[in-house]
Design a protein around this ligand. Structure first.
Ligand SMILES: CC(C)(COP(=O)(O)OP(=O)(O)OC[C@H]1O[C@@H](n2cnc3c(N)ncnc32)[C@H](O)[C@@H]1OP(=O)(O)O)[C@@H](O)C(=O)NCCC(=O)NCCS
Length: 321
């Protein structure tokens, strides 16, 4: 990046750091901007000083990774840094420039593509501009700081046994994992692929072989009825920089069998897992849920999570307005 741009990035990042911290103390300090597909897009304020910038990245998600089950195969991602105070106007300007870039890209017209913006959930002033460009709020990254209590009763459903899962549980865990993929497909959160089943099984097998384990099952009458899977900090580095520094885990999977729901099994299992995470020194736990999943959003909020980032998408990418 040329030094002039680097100076602008540093200057804007300093202002953005202050703005983010005042909006939400669980947001990170803005990282250096990633290398984009072209020089950063700039927005200039009244005094001709840059008031914001955006970087577009083209991400090609490999078919042999589970990441492709959790979104479009090609993601055109805009990272925005806006100094304010007129965040809406600056966001509008940047997205307009970004759209001009995207509609000139043939790949943006393919079905399996998405134009993606990650936006701090509490930075509400930018939302009208994002909406105006036809982006949809698909998913939320939610956060729970260590020891934040849940807002549900503490009674354990009768006969429920919660235990760490091991290699012998492969079939049950893989099947419950696939339950989440299938359920989330209703909301565009997941896109089941031909390779999904095999990839889930392989990933599950690897996770269950590790000690200590980070996968827990709840059983009724000896039958697995619910599953929680967590990525420990060493495996969660891909998302840890979305929140402030600290030992950060990622709660990857939560599923209760349909005929066992609404009786407190999910709450009991998550309460147990939170106890483990707090004891293992986890400071922050992140997870994704689909914005319109009618079961997960209220559940996570009761369990002590709240929105940190909202992911907005236009699919295919060229449908960005
Ligand atoms: C989200 C999900 C895991 C919640 O599991 P659950 O076992 O139904 O959750 P709980 O029973 O603990 O809490 C849900 C309900 O039970 C109630 N409840 C909680 N603790 C209770 C208790 N001790 N006794 C009786 N009821 C209780 C809650 O008030 C809530 O009521 P509601 O269904 O009327 O809203 C489950 O619905 C699910 O698997 N959904 C599909 C997959 C999914 O969305 N996963 C999350 C992806 S991010």
């Amino acid at each position: 990046m040329p030094w002039v741009i680097r100076d602008v990035v540093n200057d804007i990042n300093k202002a953005v750091a202050q703005r983010w911290q005042s909006l939400d103390p669980l947001l990170p300090r803005p990282s250096d901007l990633p290398e984009g597909c072209m020089p950063p897009l700039l927005v200039t304020g009244d005094n001709s000083r840059p008031s914001g910038l955006g970087v577009c990245r083209h991400q090609y998600v490999a078919a042999d990774t589970l990441a492709q089950t959790w979104g479009a195969a090609t993601k055109l991602v805009l990272s925005m840094r806006l100094r304010g105070p007129d965040v809406a106007a600056a966001a509008d300007d940047l997205i307009t420039q970004w759209r001009t870039h995207l509609v000139g890209q043939q790949q943006a017209y393919a079905d399996d593509t998405a134009a993606v913006v990650n936006w701090p959930s509490r930075d509400v002033t930018g939302v009208p501009a994002i909406l105006r460009h036809g982006l949809q709020p698909l998913t939320v990254i939610a956060v729970r700081p260590k020891a934040r209590p849940a807002n549900v009763g503490t009674a354990q459903p009768e006969g429920l046994v919660i235990r760490p899962a091991g290699p012998d549980d492969l079939d049950a865990v893989a099947e419950l994992e696939l339950g989440v993929v299938r359920y989330d497909a209703h909301f565009g959160g997941s896109i089941p692929r031909p390779a999904t089943e095999a990839l889930v099984r392989a990933e599950t097998q690897a996770a269950l072989a590790k000690r200590p384990g980070w996968t827990w099952l709840a059983e009724q009458d000896g039958q697995p009825v619910a599953l929680t899977v967590v990525e420990p900090p060493a495996a969660a580095t891909w998302i840890a920089d979305m929140t402030r520094t600290g030992a950060t885990a990622y709660l990857q999977t939560m599923f209760v069998r349909p005929d066992e729901r609404s009786g407190g099994i999910g709450a009991a299992l998550v309460r147990h897992v939170h106890g483990e995470l707090d004891a293992r020194g986890i400071d922050l736990t992140l997870l994704h849920y689909s914005q319109v999943n009618p079961l997960s959003a209220p559940f996570w909020h009761r369990m002590g999570y709240r929105p940190l980032w909202s992911t907005w998408e236009a699919r295919p990418a060229a449908t960005l307005r």
